[in-house]
Design a protein around this ligand. Structure first.
Ligand code: FAD
Length: 440
């Protein structure tokens, strides 16, 4: 009976990666080795997502002897399950709030890193020879009410002060670009790109292995124990003795480090993908854009893959999404693109990310030598890759004061079970308000 009341956690997701819109172009999976025996290194990385693979790539680039342990496959977590946008921002916060939350020094560094994120990813992929199917043209954010228009106006003004210009489109120009008349106005950030994130994360892992990192998959870490002034990381069939432990497990952290999971809340998001739409319709929608998002409170968006498939953000929740609300997404698609005719849904998938109090990433030192990048609620494709490099710089000897993020101590969310329930209600409320406002 209890089974019916069990809350599905990220750890309950099937160990096999789902088939997604990224699977066909996802490139070669790195060679699968399971840790079986004892290893010794400078830095052991737990988690094979953007943060972990980037940390492995950049740490080995700095001469740090590195082992990476992933419980399933490289990219199995949200790295291979997201929407695939690389926005010129490294947190979900509006840029002026980044400065408020992180302070003027780190806030400015983070905004600079955000502005450069798409270029950073493009250059990294080119340098490593990764075919990540990069789509350029920019991300449009559509606004369908005054609240959204005000938000976009503030964003344009903020970036203008930094000498970075975003394009504002009125209602007619927005409709012309999108294909249908839904938004009252929009802003296009031409710097933003969309990628195949699975190909990107696998490519980084392969490059890290080429640099000398030892990658082990199907090797879940079950314990982290102090050993003199080092750490012993245990999997079911082996151990790694290391000076540094980099915990890059984000929403899939579970109970690995006491209390850490209670500093942010796992949020599940789903993505729906269609069969390729007719060729003559493709050029009529999302003209010159890599993707379209809007100012709804809950994340959503649409992108057109080069092979003609549409990918659409589906339902979001604090529990694992079991119904992505295909019907609701198709209603939106028909309004956005009234001329494209029948669309056949091919499938959907879901993945987990984090929601913290400030909606931003945190770099915590959990104990001397144990570091984590945690609490990411998005932007992980660009930001996770950049912050993974920051972890590598830290273990490579860069002083903490020169990093992009301040090192902080984790703080549990107040009254965690209550917070979870409140977040669940808040998501339902936001979803309701989004729908009402969008319809009107
Ligand atoms: C639906 C959805 C849409 C999104 N859209 C975007 C977007 O468009 N753009 C964007 O930038 N970001 C987006 N994100 C967020 C982005 O995917 C994440 O920020 C990013 O993947 C986080 O990277 P990570 O390396 O921290 O964690 P993950 O990629 O989740 O990797 C963590 C890894 O740790 C492993 N792990 C956990 N525990 C253990 C253990 N005990 N032992 C070994 N391994 C372990 C897991 O198996 C997993 O592979 C989206 C997320 C979702 C869910």
């Amino acid at each position: 009976m209890l089974f019916f009341f069990k809350r599905r956690e990220p750890r309950d997701d099937a160990p096999r990666p789902p088939f997604t819109a990224y699977t066909p172009g996802g490139g070669d999976a790195p060679r699968k080795l399971v840790l079986d025996g004892d290893e010794r290194c400078d830095a052991v990385i737990v988690g094979g997502g953007f943060v972990g693979c980037s940390a492995a790539l950049h740490a080995t680039g700095l001469g740090v002897d590195t082992v990476l342990l992933e419980q399933n496959e490289i990219g199995w977590g949200s790295a291979g399950r997201n929407f695939g946008n690389v926005n010129p921002r490294v947190t979900k916060l509006e840029p002026e709030n980044v400065v408020k939350v992180y302070g003027p020094v780190f806030g400015e560094r983070l905004n600079d890193a955000g502005s450069n994120a798409p270029a950073f990813i493009s250059e990294l992929a080119a340098r490593l020879g990764i075919d990540a199917t990069i789509v350029r043209g920019g991300v449009m954010t559509g606004a369908y009410n005054d609240r959204g228009l005000d938000m976009l106006k503030a964003r344009v003004e903020f970036y203008a002060k930094r000498g970075e210009s975003l394009e504002y489109l009125n209602r007619a120009a927005t409709a012309e670009t999108v294909g249908g008349d839904v938004y009252r106005g929009s802003v296009i950030d031409r710097r933003a790109i969309s990628v195949n994130p699975l190909a990107l994360v696998r490519g980084m892992a392969r490059a890290a292995a080429g640099n000398g990192a030892r990658l082990y998959q199907n090797s879940a870490v079950v314990a982290i124990e102090p050993k003199n002034d080092r750490w012993l990381v245990r999997t079911l069939h082996g151990t790694v003795d290391a000076k540094y432990v980099l915990l890059c497990t984000n929403a899939y952290t579970a109970d690995l480090w006491p209390g850490l999971a209670k500093t942010a809340l796992p949020i599940c998001g789903s993505q729906i993908f269609t069969k390729p739409i007719a060729e003559h319709h493709r050029s009529r929608i999302l003209k010159g854009l890599s993707s379209l998002v809007d100012t709804r409170r809950l994340p959503g968006g649409v992108r057109l893959h080069p092979d003609g498939r549409l990918q659409i953000g589906g339902a979001v929740g604090t529990r694992r999404v079991t119904d992505p609300r295909v019907g609701k997404s198709m209603t939106l698609i028909r309004r956005l693109f009234p001329e494209i005719g029948p669309i056949e849904v091919e499938g959907w998938w879901s993945g987990w990310t984090m929601m913290g109090i400030h909606d931003g990433w945190r770099l915590h030192e959990l104990a001397p030598g144990v570091l984590t990048l945690f609490g990411c609620n998005g932007r992980g494709v660009g930001a996770g890759t950049i912050f993974g490099r920051e972890l590598a710089r830290l273990v490579g000897g860069t002083p903490a004061s020169e990093l992009m993020l301040p090192i902080t101590t984790p703080k549990s969310l107040p009254m965690y079970p209550f917070y979870r329930a409140a977040a669940s209600i808040a998501i339902k409320y936001y979803s309701f308000r989004d729908q009402v406002e969008f319809r009107s």
